[in-house]
Write a protein that binds this ligand. Structure first.
Ligand SMILES: [Zn+2]
Length: 110
């Protein structure tokens, strides 16, 4: 377990496959089964952004432009502002800056 973007993304992908709360996954950072997934729909066709965080260590990630999966907790795009629950404040984990090592994106460009 670690607290990197990749670890969080892997946990997110697992959570996305069975998003109905309560999530049974351990947190990639602290191991607590306190992860929450909250989608906020932006358009009527079910595209939105998502908050994914651990209620124990208060780390997490945020992704935009995702499809809201069936069964997930989500805020409808037309919900009144005062009925929109917000995630607690948590520390965002960001993708690591791509250094020279690893995949070189430009080598894929023709
Ligand atoms: Zn945690």
């Amino acid at each position: 377990m670690a607290n990197t973007w990749d670890d969080w993304l892997r946990a997110y992908e697992a959570a996305y496959r069975s998003p109905t709360p309560p999530l049974q996954l351990p947190c990639p950072n602290c191991g607590a089964r306190a992860l929450s997934l909250l989608f906020r729909e932006k358009t009527s066709d079910g595209v939105g952004h998502v908050f994914f965080w651990c209620g124990s260590c208060r780390f997490g990630i945020h992704l935009s432009r995702v499809d809201v999966p069936d069964g997930a907790a989500f805020i409808p795009y037309d919900a009144p502002a005062d009925e929109q629950p917000l995630p607690p404040s948590y520390t965002l984990v960001h993708p690591e800056d791509s250094e020279d090592e690893g995949e070189d994106v430009e080598s894929e460009v023709f």
